[in-house]
Design a protein around this ligand. Structure first.
Ligand code: SAM
Length: 203
């Protein structure tokens, strides 16, 4: 089974609030993006945004240029349906972040629980190449992964857990760490999952 089929099956079988990574409101991501004080018309991309309500909240906060990118069209269709007419304000893109070529650059690149699925240096490097090519100079990366004491798998797939230092080491030298924080996420089944969040700024 390809990854795309895997993810489309997940979003076909489960509703968005049943998946283990579901958050009613992505509070940490929202607090972090608001703290950056970027302009409301700066371009923001939610990489592997799935069916997350991050996009709904960005619209509520009047961000004007939001792209949601995911491997699974089923995931994006959940969000489009939920947002109804508001969905027309969003750019929806189906693609693989390890190979996709964007048409323009982004001021903020948000990734919650996507990079950690890349388990080979080849895929990790391709992701990082895209990140560097399509993140504006002085732009921000908000990224979160399972922490060093988080689960070993997500959605039945192997993941890579990162401590604060391990992810800093993985990222290129032209990204400077500006914030770091931890979260204990409670899944819909009531399980605790430890996440780490980093904010980097590109030089
Ligand atoms: C654990 S979910 C997280 C979804 C969302 N970020 C959230 O916090 O609710 C991982 C998401 O990454 C997407 N994904 C996995 N591999 C991807 C890839 N190579 N390119 C783009 N999206 C990918 C999946 O379809 C899924 O929606």
């Amino acid at each position: 089974m390809t990854d795309k089929t895997h993810w489309n099956n997940i979003y076909n079988k489960k509703s968005p609030n049943e998946v283990s990574w579901y958050q009613p409101t992505p509070n940490i991501s929202l607090t972090l993006i608001e703290s950056l004080k970027v302009n409301k018309n700066d371009s923001i991309i939610d990489v592997g945004g799935g069916a997350s309500t991050f996009v709904d909240n960005l619209l509520k906060k009047s961000y004007e240029k939001v792209t949601v990118f995911d491997l699974s069209e089923n995931a994006l269709n959940h969000s489009r349906k939920r947002l109804n007419q508001e969905s027309e304000k969003i750019v929806w893109v189906v693609g693989d972040i390890t190979g996709h070529k964007f048409e323009s650059k982004y001021k903020v690149w948000h990734d919650r629980a996507v990079f950690h699925f890349l388990t080979t240096p080849e895929h990790q490097n391709k992701y990082i190449e895209n990140l560097i090519n399509f993140l504006e100079s002085k732009g921000y990366l908000i990224i979160s992964t399972f922490a060093e004491d988080g689960p070993l798998k997500c959605s039945g797939l192997e993941i890579v857990r990162y401590s604060k230092e391990e992810l800093i080491k993985k990222m290129p030298d032209n990204l400077n760490l500006v914030q770091f924080q931890k979260e204990t996420h409670i899944s819909p089944a009531g399980k605790e999952q430890r996440f780490n969040y980093w904010v980097f700024q590109k030089r």
